[in-house]
Design a protein. Structure first.
Length: 489
């Protein structure tokens, strides 16, 4: 049976605003997962570099940027692991459920285990769980629609709105608890949010499972089941050895993750392009995805600086006083989700309204990357202002550009990955898209080490112009890319 024919058997349920009820469940569980994820991440950099007297760990700002960037990179690097487990061991749906449980455990570790040990255990659990859940929710959602179903991009935009409702509420709620009771209370609230999401998912689980997501698409052979546990054990032992020898430090962690992600990307592309289970059409589509992968990675290296360099910017450069009250710097991370919630429905309706007249995926990616570069250039006029004097409204306006750029790439890219996926690499193709976020997140931590108030002009200028240059190149080669994609726009 062909991959297309298999997907044509997907039920055409329209119970949820013209979509299957499984969309409601997946958007809901991802909303609560993002509530916990962004609620915790909003506090993370400040928890690491605030003094012990203020409830933090007292590390340097450079270490905080590196750890946050590395953590963000590991979240999406683990998307490859989650995709592999889904395709070869558990199936996408069971991997999703397992990942949700792991996320909740990570937040509990951050809340109840003090110091660096709780940070390490918590971030590792949340990173592996969140990366795996991101991959599998996208995979399971894609399985609810056929390749030709015109509702796909609209569904991913609705799903993305749920994501950003969680992204809005999470930082607001955890920031409030941080100010009232301290960092660990904020982390505990993140755990409660994930528990709610897990409960909701279980109640609607039967509406979400499809034949494609129920079982692994490319299960391990008996021999491979013996070999892979040994490989994982060796990898863990090498990591422990590197840490004990001082080769891995807080300050170089993001650089190490950048290298690991690049190795993972090259390996995954190589495996897909050389696999005998990938036919000629699928192989061309994977090749066509390469320039889109690069553009997406560049976009995320700028966008994810909200949690590294721009977190420091919010702490020191912004005037955060409103009617005599100085709001915590972490609250600004709810600005982007507000815009997403307002605009995601607009973009979803726009793509449906335009139908076949909407811009192709390469053009959408070029727009997103170019607008992101423009947003960074908009920081330059404020470079000479004194610390604590940059207007909050100006920062919000720049984040509006972030949002427009994000809506041009992120939901579109997730939808594209499910359409381009070779049959044998069903979840791993989605994981490959999330590796663009992984690479960008880790790079954002490395770039944050170069940011200082004194070097703002050159920092924002070079990064902004580089992103715009990538956008121009992508736009110029859009036609060859579309030819490789073989009818997938």
């Amino acid at each position: 049976m062909s991959h297309t024919a298999e997907h044509e058997t997907v039920p055409k349920s329209r119970g949820f605003f013209g979509h299957p009820w499984g969309l409601a469940n997946l958007a809901g569980v991802e909303m609560w997962e993002r509530f916990s994820f962004y609620g915790m991440q909003a506090l993370l950099a400040f928890y690491i570099y605030f003094s012990v007297a203020d409830g933090g760990l007292g590390l340097s700002q450079a270490a905080a940027g590196s750890i946050v960037g590395a953590y963000g990179g590991l979240v999406y690097l683990s998307a490859v692991l989650g995709g592999w487990v889904a395709d070869r061991v558990l199936g996408a749906e069971r991997t999703l459920f397992t990942a949700a449980c792991l996320i909740m455990a990570g937040h509990l570790a951050l809340a109840f285990i003090p110091g660096a040990l709780g940070l390490a255990i918590g971030l590792i659990c949340v990173a592996i769980g969140s990366g795996s859940l991101k991959t599998t929710t996208s995979t399971v959602l894609g399985d609810l629609y056929s390749r030709e179903d015109g509702r796909r991009d609209s569904a991913f935009s609705i799903y993305y709105m749920g994501v950003n409702i969680g992204g809005l509420l999470g930082p607001l709620a955890t920031s409030a608890l941080w100010g009232w009771k301290g960092f660990h209370w904020g982390f505990a609230l993140a755990a409660i949010g994930m528990a709610i999401g897990l409960t909701q998912y279980m109640l609607m689980r039967r509406r979400t499972i499809s034949e494609a997501s129920r079982k692994p698409q490319n299960p391990l052979t008996a021999t491979q089941k013996k070999v892979w546990p040994v490989i994982f054990a060796v990898a863990i032992a090498l990591l422990v050895l590197a840490v004990s020898l001082g080769l891995v430090t807080a300050e170089n962690l993001s650089n190490i993750v950048v290298v690991l992600v690049i190795i993972a990307v090259i390996s995954l592309f190589t495996v897909m392009l050389t696999s005998r289970q990938v036919d000629a059409v699928e192989r061309k589509r994977v090749i066509g995805f390469i320039p889109l992968f690069i553009a997406s990675a560049v976009f995320w290296s700028l966008f994810q600086q909200q949690f590294t360099a721009l977190a420091f910017y919010a702490d020191t450069r912004l005037d955060r006083e409103i009617f005599g009250w100085e709001m915590p710097p972490s609250i600004v991370q709810s600005i982007n989700p507000v815009f997403i919630i307002i605009l995601a429905g607009v973009f979803a309706a726009m793509w449906v309204k335009l139908g076949n007249r909407q811009p192709s995926t390469p053009v959408k990616f070029a727009l997103g990357t170019g607008i992101m570069g423009l947003a960074f250039l908009c920081f330059i006029p404020f470079a000479g202002w004194a610390n604590g004097s940059v207007p909050l409204i100006a920062f919000a306006g720049i984040l509006l550009l972030f949002t427009i750029a994000e809506l041009s790439i992120s939901p579109v890219g997730q939808s594209l990955a499910t359409k381009l996926a070779p049959r044998a690499f069903h979840s791993q193709m989605v994981a490959l898209f999330f590796l663009t976020v992984s690479l960008g997140s880790a790079a954002s931590g490395s770039l944050a080490g170069l940011y200082t108030a004194e070097a703002e002009v050159s920092y924002f200028l070079i990064i902004g112009l580089s992103s715009i240059a990538v956008a121009i190149v992508l736009f110029l080669i859009r036609k060859p890319i579309l030819k490789l994609l073989g009818g997938v726009r």
